[in-house]
Design a protein around this ligand. Structure first.
Ligand SMILES: [Zn+2]
Length: 85
C-alpha cells in the first residue's frame, strides 16, 4: 500500500496520464471553443494545440499521486530516483 510521504496517510488518488490530459484540457478547450463560436474562429486552432501540449506534459508528469488529506502532490520528478547507479 502506498503512503503519502508528507502525512503518511493512505488516502491517495492516482491520476493516470489519460486523466491528466482530460482534466488539464477540458477548461482551456471549452474557453477556446466559446471564443471560437462567439468571436474569432481562429481560436478553434488552439484546441489541438492545447490537447497536444497536455499530452506532452502528461508524459513528463503522470502518473501523479495526490494525497487527499494534505494535498501533497507527487510526480515522477519529486519521487526519489531508485538506484540510478
Ligand atoms: Zn498527505
Amino acid at each position: 500500500m502506498n503512503r503519502c510521504k508528507q502525512c503518511h496517510h493512505t488516502n491517495l488518488l492516482m491520476v493516470s496520464s489519460l486523466r491528466y490530459v482530460f482534466f488539464m484540457s477540458v477548461f482551456p478547450v471549452v474557453i477556446a471553443m466559446a471564443i471560437g463560436l462567439l468571436a474569432e474562429k481562429i481560436f478553434f486552432l488552439f484546441i489541438p494545440a492545447i490537447i497536444l501540449t497536455n499530452i506532452v506534459l502528461a508524459k513528463k508528469k503522470a502518473p501523479i499521486i495526490l494525497c487527499k488529506d494534505c494535498r501533497h502532490v507527487e510526480t515522477p520528478q519529486t519521487r526519489p530516483a531508485k538506484e540510478t547507479v
